[in-house]
Design a protein around this ligand. Structure first.
Ligand code: GLN
Length: 309
């Protein structure tokens, strides 16, 4: 009966020709997944689902509860643009303007590094230490999207933060993220190349940073997504990748209270260099390294020795 109706109907969908099948959610998901896989995405199905949910302005789960819905022309037009950009390796987070980190939503675009799950290890350690203190004052250097200071603030309501970045657009994004997460009252943002604009004499309980750490020669070997789309400024750590660590580890002592903590994220192969940099200052005790969820060395923590008077 249905078939007879279809055959007599003038609808372009009545033939079995694939080109005239309606573009349902299911068909778009399958087609796009194959397309993105061909263009080198590591997670083509997930990318496709996130993009289609964005184009349809719905939650991902709604794609599956409306699997046979025909996607509107307007949504398909938006999806086509997103897929084209993703096929050109643009990170999904930039395409949808959002990334979840530590259970919070962060706006991101090409001016900031996309927050990485690895960085949650640093935040866990930071929150753990901050919660032991009464009213801690914490400095986050190279804040980027603000993900470290903001997610720590959300979990330590007694803590106050200063967050710096050398990039004006990055700082504007961090500010916007603090506001959207309703944490602006805990965080002060400062345009500054590391410690440069911190007033002398300011002392923190904890200084934290996930600075740029890719050695110059390795930038060209990074995945296309990162190399072509994420900000160089947020990646490049100089010739050996350690420029920011040298600067931060040498200068942090001046801005830390006695027994204050310096906590830095790094790339696993830099562990020995970082231990040596901490040791060379002679200013830290209790230096320890924490592993990420994959078991790789990821965070280094040192405690400032009290100055002997
Ligand atoms: N602190 C930000 C992050 O962890 C930015 C880091 C960076 O730009 N190197 O994502």
């Amino acid at each position: 009966m249905d078939r007879a109706v279809n055959e007599n109907s003038p609808s372009p969908d009545r033939t079995s020709d694939a080109a005239s099948e309606p573009w349902t959610v299911r068909r778009i998901l399958d087609w796009t997944t194959a397309h993105l896989e061909k263009h080198g995405s590591d997670s083509p199905r997930l990318d496709t689902e996130v993009l289609l949910a964005h184009a349809r302005n719905c939650e991902r789960i709604r794609l599956y509860t409306n699997y046979e819905d025909v996607v509107t022309e307007q949504e398909r037009a938006l999806m086509r643009q997103l897929v084209q950009r993703r096929a050109n390796s643009e990170p999904v987070a930039y395409l949808v303007g959002n990334r979840e980190f530590f259970g919070l939503d962060f706006y991101v675009d090409k001016n900031v590094l996309v927050p990485r799950p690895d960085t949650e290890t640093l935040v866990i350690e930071l929150v753990d230490e901050a919660q032991k203190l009464t009213n801690p004052f914490i400095l986050d250097l190279c804040t980027g999207s603000g993900c470290i200071a903001i997610s720590a603030a959300a979990n330590c309501h007694n803590a106050k933060f200063q967050a710096t970045d050398i990039s004006e657009p990055a700082l504007a994004i961090a500010q916007k993220n603090a506001a959207s997460n309703e944490l602006s009252n805990q965080i002060q943002f400062l345009l500054s190349d590391c410690f440069e604009q911190i007033p002398p004499g300011t002392l923190f309980d904890i200084i934290v940073s996930n600075p740029p750490y890719i050695p110059d020669a390795e930038i060209e070997q990074l995945e296309k997504d990162v190399r072509q789309h994420e900000p160089r400024l947020a990646l490049s750590g100089g010739k050996d990748g350690l420029d920011f660590y040298r600067k931060i580890i040498q200068e942090a002592g001046r801005y830390l209270k006695d027994q204050g903590l310096l906590m830095l994220e790094f790339s696993p192969e830099q562990e020995a260099d970082l231990l040596a940099l901490f040791k060379a200052t002679g200013e830290y005790t209790n230096v320890r390294v924490k592993a990420d969820l994959a078991g790789r060395a990821r965070v280094i923590i040192g405690q400032k020795l009290p100055i002997l008077k």
